[in-house]
Design a protein around this ligand. Structure first.
Ligand code: PNW
Length: 538
């Protein structure tokens, strides 16, 4: 039996600890009471994509994507010589992923389906039952945990044999993508009500067919780049029409995912204003106007600039192949909302200093604008600079230019080379950009949700595992691919719980990470120490 005085000591210690933590909680709630709130129906989420997290590249009957092919034939171009063969191993660890989403309290999980996992040869004459089973399990587990799936149909995993038949450079892909999308609607549409057709046409076409740093590694920024974008718009529209014509009874929504940096004039000169308009026409309008503008089709200034440049290069036709009126009508209005990916901003200008700086022909030369970033913006990876007001400005701009579309931010996040759980730059980024969303809500933007990129560290394409975007850190050296919450995960969790952004909340991921066992150890050590002292004194 414990002596009475020690019981008293124990009780007072417990009392002390709980009252301190209750006081902290109360103080936090008091400060938070006066902060701006996210509306009750605003949805927070996290995003990933299949090749970047799943691994299991040759398991479960999966076919090869053009990434698998590149990894087998030319892995050397990767930043760190690594492949996505195992990645974060989510094919096997998806239940842990969902546990993390529960910890965060998110209501949306945006993930993508691997085309060759469902259709190993790309076409629906053979549907892989193990692939279907994997996504059924994932979707069912999400729904059982009250998390809404937002499913990307195509996040850059083109089946290799379709790549060999021309990939995004042939109009056949309109049939290929449409038929694949139909298989997804048939198998998952009873439970999935938010479909995202294609991720980031600009980034995909520029990396795969312009710069050539992603498969199929074609370097044709003035020709193939435009063909890719054109076929993506047609294929997206096909998937949309299939859904509306054959699966309307499922009652879901379907949208395209557009990436956009915020381009801002570098000064108030006429030339900067013109340059910004061209920048937006080339990098956003090329994909948005055909779908979201009142009349459809490419922006006129895009059409004119590429036509003029092509003519001056001695070509008989524009490198930007025009749409027929039928195609314009087929594409226009084919997105139930705008799924927006946004990371960074740029100042845009045009003066004689940029003459001769671009490859000819290229879309950079066609657009003919220069860009720079403010040196005070915190840099993440090579292209990412933190400027949170840019998201606010972009949302307001899109509202005005495209007649107030419903918007979900489907990707936003901070990536850099740092490892470890203390990620102050990511925390500052998260607070700044979610605050920009609050500003946009106040300005009347119809924004319904926000997904952080990414739930966890993953295979960052050509940067391999060197660039980390995770709210959770993944140990890629560990066969178990152990995941641990970073500080930003805990800050996000508190934003989601309280629905305010509390600048003073300062959690310690190393304490939280040890599952409170550290606290138990510390408390019992303290207890033994104090009771020993009291024992001596009394
Ligand atoms: C997105 N840029 O790509 C992709 O959708 C994700 O798969 C990727 O992991 C994430 O952003 C982080 O990179 C982008 O250069 C790639 O501006 C590059 C840029 C933007 C988005």
């Amino acid at each position: 039996m414990l002596p009475l005085k020690e019981v008293i000591v124990l009780l007072s210690i417990i009392y002390g600890i709980t009252s301190v933590s209750l006081k902290n909680e109360e103080a936090r709630n008091n400060t938070q009471r006066n902060l701006r709130r996210f509306p009750p129906n605003f949805l927070f989420g996290v995003a990933t994509s299949s090749y970047q997290i799943e691994g299991a590249w040759n398991e479960g009957g999966k076919g090869w994507s053009m990434w698998d092919h590149l990894m087998r034939t030319d892995p050397d171009h990767m930043a760190d010589g690594k492949t996505g063969d195992i990645a974060a191993n989510s094919y096997h660890l998806y239940k842990r992923d969902i546990e993390m989403m529960k910890e965060l309290g998110v209501k949306i999980y945006r993930f993508s389906i691997s085309w060759p996992r469902i259709l190993p040869f790309g076409r629906p004459d053979y549907v892989n039952p193990e692939g279907v089973a994997y996504y059924n399990n994932l979707i069912n587990e999400l729904l059982a945990n009250d998390i809404t799936p937002f499913v990307t149909i195509y996040h850059w995993e083109l089946p290799q044999n379709l790549n060999e038949q021309g990939g995004w450079l042939t109009e056949n892909i309109v049939d290929w993508l449409g038929d694949y999308a139909r298989v997804l609607f048939q198998n998952f549409g009873d439970r999935v009500k938010h479909w995202l057709t294609i991720n980031e046409p600009y980034i995909h076409c520029n990396n795969g067919y312009g710069r050539g740093n992603h498969p199929p590694r074609i370097q044709s920024p003035g020709i193939a780049f435009y063909e890719c974008g054109r076929n993506i718009l047609l294929a997206h529209a096909r998937a949309y029409h299939i859904y509306k014509e054959e699966f309307a009874f499922q009652g879901g929504q379907i949208a395209i995912v557009i990436s956009s940096d915020m381009g801002m004039p570098s000064d108030d000169s006429e030339s900067s204003a013109e340059a910004v308009e061209d920048y937006r026409a080339f990098y956003v309008g090329q994909y948005m106007d055909p779908i979201f503008s009142a009349n459809g089709n490419y922006p006129q200034r895009l059409i004119d600039r590429v036509a003029n440049a092509s003519a001056s290069q001695g070509l008989s036709q524009s490198r930007l192949r025009p749409f027929t009126q039928e195609q314009i009508d087929y594409i226009r209005g084919t997105s139930d909302f705008l799924a927006l990916n946004h990371y960074t901003s740029k100042y845009v200008y045009r003066n004689s200093s940029i003459i001769g700086t671009f490859q000819v022909p290229s879309h950079q030369d066609d657009a003919f604008v220069g860009t720079y970033v403010d040196p005070s913006w915190t840099q993440g990876g090579t292209w990412l600079f933190t400027y949170a007001p840019g998201l606010y400005k972009l949302l307001v701009h899109l509202k005005e230019r495209y007649n107030n579309p419903t918007i979900y931010v489907t990707e936003n996040g901070f990536g850099d080379w740092a490892t470890g759980l203390i990620d102050e730059n990511r925390v500052a980024y998260l607070r700044g950009y979610t605050n920009a969303v609050l500003d946009a809500i106040d300005a009347g933007v119809d924004i319904r949700g926000y997904c952080s990129w990414s739930l966890m560290d993953n295979f960052e394409w050509a940067a391999g595992f060197t660039l980390r975007f995770g709210l959770y850190e993944v140990d890629f050296e560990d066969p178990n691919r152990t995941r641990r919450p970073r500080k930003a995960a805990l800050v996000y969790k508190e934003i989601i719980r309280s629905r305010v952004i509390d600048p003073n909340y300062n959690p310690d991921p190393y304490l939280e990470d040890s599952n409170s066992s550290a606290i138990v150890v510390k408390t019992s050590a303290l207890f033994i120490l104090v009771s020993a002292i009291i024992h001596k004194l009394l």
